[in-house]
Design a protein around this ligand. Sequence first.
Ligand code: CMC
Length: 380
Amino acid sequence: MTEDVVVHKGLEGIYVTESSLSYIDGLAGKVYVRGYDLTELAMKSSYEEVAYLLIYGKLPNKREYYNWVEAISKNYGIEEGMKKILREIPRWNSPLDVLKYSLLTIGLWDKEQNRLDKDALYDKIVNILGKTPTILAAWYRISNDLDIIEPRDDLNYAANFLYMVRGEHVEEDAKALDTDLILHIEHGMNASAFAGLVTISTLSDIYSAVTSAINTLKGPLHGGAAGAALKQFREIGSPENAEKYVEEKLSRKERIMGFGHRVYKTYDPRAKVLKEMLMKMDLKGEAKNLFEIALRVEEICMERLCKTKRICPNVDFYAGILYVHLGFPIEYGPAIFALSRIGGWIAHILEYLESPRLIRPRHKYVGPIGLKYVPLEERE
Ligand code: CMC
C-alpha cells in the first residue's frame, strides 16, 4: 500500500517559513542581510553590529550599539564549573564537538533556561554570544596544554577571541577575523538554521535550539568544506602541481573543494571579499604558499568549471587559508564557522518565535500493514 503523495527528498524546493533575514541572488552573486549587501557590511561593520542588525531588524544607533556590545562583553566570562568540565574532556575531541556540548551545558547554569519571553531571551542571547568565543578559546588553550586566558571586555567579539587564543592582540588579524565572521553569519534556510527552527518550533529552549543547529553544522556536507579545501591545497603542495592535480581530479569525476554551490551560479561574493583581503595581508610561510596554490587552482578552475559549468569559487575556498594565517589547525574551521553562524541561528530562532508553528512534516509510508502478531514463544 502506498499513499499517492509527492515526496520532496531533502526538502528541496520547499519553503518552510517567511523570513526577512537574508536574500541570496545566486545568479547575480549577491547576498543581502536585512536588505544590506553583506560584502559591504563585511568591510565596514563589526560582527556585533551585524548580529544586532539580524536579531533586531535594523542597524543600532550609537547608544543601542554600545549597550549591546557591553551586554555581550559582560558575558564573556565562563563559570569555574564550565572550565572544570572543559579540562576533563578527552583531548581527542574536535573543537566543534566541545563547543556543542558546552553550549548545552552553559544552559544548565541558567535557572530560567526554559523562558521564551522577550525579556528573558535578551539575557540568554547575550549569554550565548558572550560565552561562545570564551569556550572555544579555553578549549584551544587546554588542548594545547596552555593556561586559559581570561577575556578582555575592551576587545570586540573577534579580537577578544583571538586574544584569548594567542595571548596577544594584533589589530590586522582581529579585523580579518571580524570580516570572516561577518561573511559567515547568515545564509538563508540552510540545514543548521532549519535544525534550530525544528527544535524551537516545539517551544523547547534557546540553548537546545542553538545546539541542534551546531549538531547539524558538524557534517562534512555543511560545515567541513573550508577544511576540505585546505587539505586539497596541502595535497597539491605547490602552485606548479595545481594543473596536473585538477586535471586528474576532474578526469576521475571528483570534486574541487571550495568550488560550486547549490544557490550561487557565479562567483560567491563572500569568496571575493576573502580573496581580496588575503591579497592585501602580509601572509607568511604555509599560509602564503597555500594562498599561491589556491590562486593557481582558481585560475585553472575558472576556465574548466566556472565559465563553462557555473561551478565557481565559494566562501570556503579561501576561508581555511585565513585560519592557517591566524594560527589555527585545520579542525578549527567548522568551530570558527559556528562562532560566526551563531548570530544567524539566534536571529532565525527569534524570528520563528514571533509566530511559531510546530514543524511536523510527514513521511510517505511504504511498509506493510495488517500483519498478524505472533507471540515470541510461538515464533521459529
Ligand atoms: N568540482 C567539480 N564538479 C562539481 C563540483 C566541484 N566542486 N561541484 C559540483 N560539480 C558537478 C558534479 O560533479 C555534478 O556533475 P554531473 O552532473 O556531471 O554529475 C554537477 O556539478 C552537479 O553537482 P551537484 O552536487 O548535483 O550540485 P549541487 O548544486 O548540489 O552542488 C555542492 C553543490 C556545494 C554540494 C557542490 O558544488 C560540491 O560538492 N562542492 C564541493 C564542496 C564545497 O565546496 N562545499 C562548500 C559549499 S558552500 C558552503 C556555504 O555556503 O556555507
